[in-house]
Design a protein around this ligand. Structure first.
Ligand code: FES
Length: 549
């Protein structure tokens, strides 16, 4: 075990390793840390302990010594719409820090990170970039869709059912029955929401082997994939392949293309910026927006299309998406993938299921426009993210309806306060102001459920679940708590969105805004103690990835 137990003076350390059942031979082998984000609080990561055992088996088979350890994870779905959601983005930093600390403390020769629920994926990649020791990511896999009244359903249907109940299309008995069927077992939320988006990022950025993450959490093939990941980690150690060899500007380019092509979550913008920063790469939010606008959606996955993650797996998985993007010349091939394959080999290895309708091609896309856009303007001088969802360009202008919290806005929607054409503004939900930049899924679900998803625009300094769809614009920067123009909006102000010009503007005269700015007072600190207070003190802008250093 390099560094920690191989010196004669390290006998005290060896005594503890003997206590755990390790032999002298075990200690002479490369030691692979296996970071599991298992928690028993959510279905998303429920399989991680079992997977860790299979990764360990692969490590042993390849001549290494595995050492498992755990970190935390926060369920976005369970905390959504509650104060608990403030912990979600903060957990990204805590997970990254904890994996980094374990790596630094125990001086592993290599590391495997088993990830699932949303924040665990970027957090692990951030930690691996910091540690820069040979490393592999294993994405634990999606949940299968549920079946309800003859159709596949996911957590998206669950959230939108609340809006349908509000307008009388469903009653509480329907909602409760759907809740019993929507999520049939372990795994991450079952379509191209944030977790699966980031699982795809792990593939395309080169840290996860193509083909392993696609396998649903409960599929029996998953265990063999986990064992193979253990072997790949040992290969990386032997060949000295480090995250810094993988996490290049070209790899980030490929990951951004994949997010766009698969209709991915707006959270990917935040996480890619944070990953780039940890990898020492210069990536600007506008570059992500510009690249996303050049890529059509070629995988018809919910929420942009009709299919689930399990459908993608059956169709040919992310390898098939890579093949299509490679054929169109959209991927940069001069990158290293952690399993030693090239993108050409990944494409050659892709197995397309005959007759599949999930993955099309760049020439015949599912939707000709991109998944995401980055806008700037007088309401978002430092940028914001629009979930374009493959819509053609549009201009929308409407009166602002302003709320200072997610809860206030949700109550207004449910009581029928919002009309078609309104621009709903939800503020003081940013990284520092929330704190923690809550996801507005309860709001977007209610709007869509009430049939207002395309007629009402939502603008916030918070962010969105990957499940969210509709006319949603998040990550508005600077945020309200830090005095951004979003703090100055008043009910009835005209707000304009123009996707052709990539702008989000507050149509209020400068002298009026100057007077409002002079009268504006920062609200009291949202929290005074504990981890959230530390976060408020250190977190940066969403336009830089909301990182804490
Ligand atoms: Fe964990 Fe959706 S809440 S993946």
């Amino acid at each position: 075990m390099s560094g920690i137990a191989d010196d004669p003076d390290r006998a005290p350390a060896r005594s503890h390793l003997y206590a755990m059942g390790l032999s002298d031979d075990d200690m002479r082998r490369p030691v692979i840390g296996i970071a599991s984000t298992w928690t028993g609080t959510m279905p998303c990561n429920l399989t991680h302990r079992e997977l860790a055992g299979h990764v360990a088996e692969g490590v042993r088979r390849a001549g290494g010594t595995p050492m498992e350890f755990n970190t935390i994870a926060v369920s976005d779905n369970l905390t959504m719409g509650t104060p608990g959601m403030r912990a979600s983005l903060v957990s990204r930093e805590v997970i990254a820090d904890s994996v980094e600390l374990m790596g630094r403390a125990h001086q592993f020769d290599g590391i495997v990170a088993i990830v699932g629920c949303d924040k665990t994926v970027p957090a692990a990649i951030m930690a691996l970039a910091r540690l820069d020791i040979p490393a592999v990511v294993l994405y634990s896999g999606s949940m299968m869709p549920g079946r309800w009244r003859g159709r596949d359903v996911t957590i998206q249907d669950m959230w939108e059912s609340l809006g349908e109940r509000a307008v009388g299309r469903m009653d509480q008995a329907d909602v409760d029955d759907l809740a019993r069927h929507a999520c049939p077992g372990a795994g991450t939320c079952a379509a191209q929401y944030t977790a699966n988006t980031m699982g795809s990022v792990a593939d395309f950025i080169g840290l996860a082997p193509f083909g392993a993450g696609d396998i649903p959490a409960v599929a029996e093939e998953k265990n063999a994939a986990a064992e193979r990941v253990g072997e790949i980690a040992m290969r990386a150690v032997r060949e000295g392949v480090r995250p810094s060899d993988l996490l290049t500007a070209d790899a980030l380019h490929n990951a951004i293309v994949a997010v766009a092509a698969m209709g991915g979550s707006t959270n990917a913008v935040l996480h890619l910026l944070a990953i780039a920063r940890e990898a020492g790469l210069d990536l600007r939010i506008d570059e992500i927006g510009a690249l996303c606008r050049q890529v059509s959606i070629v995988a018809g996955l919910k929420p942009s299309g009709p299919h689930t993650a399990a459908d993608l797996w059956r169709a040919g998985g992310t390898s098939l998406v890579a093949k299509r993007l490679l054929e169109a010349g959209l991927l940069r091939e001069d990158v290293t993938l952690v399993d030693g394959r090239t993108y050409r080999q990944v494409a050659d290895d892709a197995v397309e299921t005959e007759g599949q309708q999930v993955v099309t091609s760049v020439a015949e896309p599912v939707k000709p426009a991109g998944a995401l856009a980055v806008l700037r303007g007088s309401l978002a001088p430092d940028g914001c993210v629009l979930k374009l969802g493959g819509r053609p360009d549009f201009r929308r202008e409407g009166p602002a309806r302003v709320y200072d919290s997610e809860e206030d806005c949700f109550a207004a929607i449910q009581s029928g306060e919002i009309s078609p054409g309104d621009v709903v503004v939800v503020r003081y939900e940013g990284p520092a102001g929330g704190p923690g930049m809550r996801e507005m899924l309860s709001i977007t679900g209610a709007l869509v459920g009430q049939g207002l998803g395309d007629s009402v625009a939502l603008v916030t300094d918070g962010r969105f679940s990957g499940v969210s769809h509709g006319l949603v614009i998040g990550h508005v920067a600077p945020e309200a708590y830090r005095g951004g123009p979003i703090a100055l909006v008043e009910n009835g102000d005209r707000v304009a969105v123009d996707t052709a010009a990539n702008t989000l503007d507050l149509l209020v005269d400068d002298d009026v805004l100057d007077a409002r700015r002079a009268a504006w007072k920062r609200p009291d600190r949202p929290v005074e103690r504990g981890v959230l207070a530390k976060y408020v003190a250190t977190v940066g802008s969403a336009s830089d990835g909301a990182v804490t250093v």
